[in-house]
Design a protein around this ligand. Structure first.
Ligand code: MF3
Ligand code: CO
Length: 248
């Protein structure tokens, strides 16, 4: 089911808007001294209050509503009482919520007070790569056009793209076909059709793209300890240009 009906898209749009609203309202709790487990709880409560089912919870044994990745954390940061935010931290929050069984997937980044110019630069690069990639999501283009767009944008700025994780189709399930890598790949290309719903998510690193997975089995960091950035929207491929479901 790669192409979604109007009805399915409407549910995903509703989920997407509500998720965007949640993300627009979490700034207040992202302060020095806060731990990522308490932030996860606040977001889960907000989601539930809005009728969004937290789809990460229970997914492949994951136990939280959100993934919160800090500084050299790329994705799948497991919320923890022991991860305490400091001034200058670069925080990426990844959340999946569903309405009537249809999912939307969003990642937003946040700055804890004043961050370095390096943080601002890599955050801007990831955002720019995402915005450019979304413009490629029109019928007749290929998944590889999205991938190449991200890779070109990121590498031209001197950053690297993470290989070990990819964007993905999304719908009833959080992860559906096709995979959307952030680099050109030789096999497994796909033509984009009107009505496909995709989670596009550049994951990028300041240094090497090598990844280290922590003992919790989830938290993915850069192996060299340099900064990583991640931002994500759920979109629907449309003739006149993609509609972004996860923005208000
Ligand atoms: N948004 C994340 C992704 O696309 C979802 C993480 S799955 C979880 O990979 F189990 F970690 F929540
Ligand atoms: Co995703």
């Amino acid at each position: 089911m790669l192409v979604k009906s109007k009805n399915m898209i409407e549910k995903m749009r509703f989920a997407g808007k509500l998720l965007a609203q949640v993300m627009a309202e979490v700034d207040y709790c992202l302060k020095p001294g806060a731990d990522t487990l308490e932030i996860d709880g606040i977001i889960e409560n907000k989601m539930c209050a809005l009728g969004l089912k937290p789809e990460c919870k229970g997914y492949a044994g994951y136990r939280h509503a959100t993934c919160i990745s800090v500084n050299d954390g790329i994705i799948h940061g497991v919320p923890s009482k022991d991860v305490i935010l400091n001034s200058g931290d670069f925080v990426k929050i990844d959340v999946v919520g569903s309405i009537k069984g249809y999912c939307a997937d969003i990642t937003r980044y946040f700055f804890i007070e004043n961050v370095s110019s390096d943080v601002k630069k890599i955050a801007n690069a990831a955002q720019e790569a995402l915005d450019m990639a979304i413009e490629m999501a029109v019928p007749g283009n290929m998944v590889s056009d999205i991938s190449a767009s991200v890779q070109n944008c990121i590498e031209s700025k001197g950053y690297s793209v993470i290989r070990d994780f990819a964007g993905h189709g999304i719908g009833k399930n959080l992860h559906e076909k096709p995979d959307i890598p952030n680099y050109r790949r030789r096999s497994g290309d796909f033509v984009l059709l009107e009505g496909m719903t995709l989670a596009i998510e550049p994951m990028i690193a300041q240094g090497s793209y090598e990844v280290l997975i922590l003992d919790d089995g989830w938290t993915a960091k850069t192996a060299d300890g340099k900064l990583a950035a991640h931002v994500e929207d759920t979109i629907v491929v449309l003739k006149g240009g993609a509609e972004i479901l996860t923005r208000i």
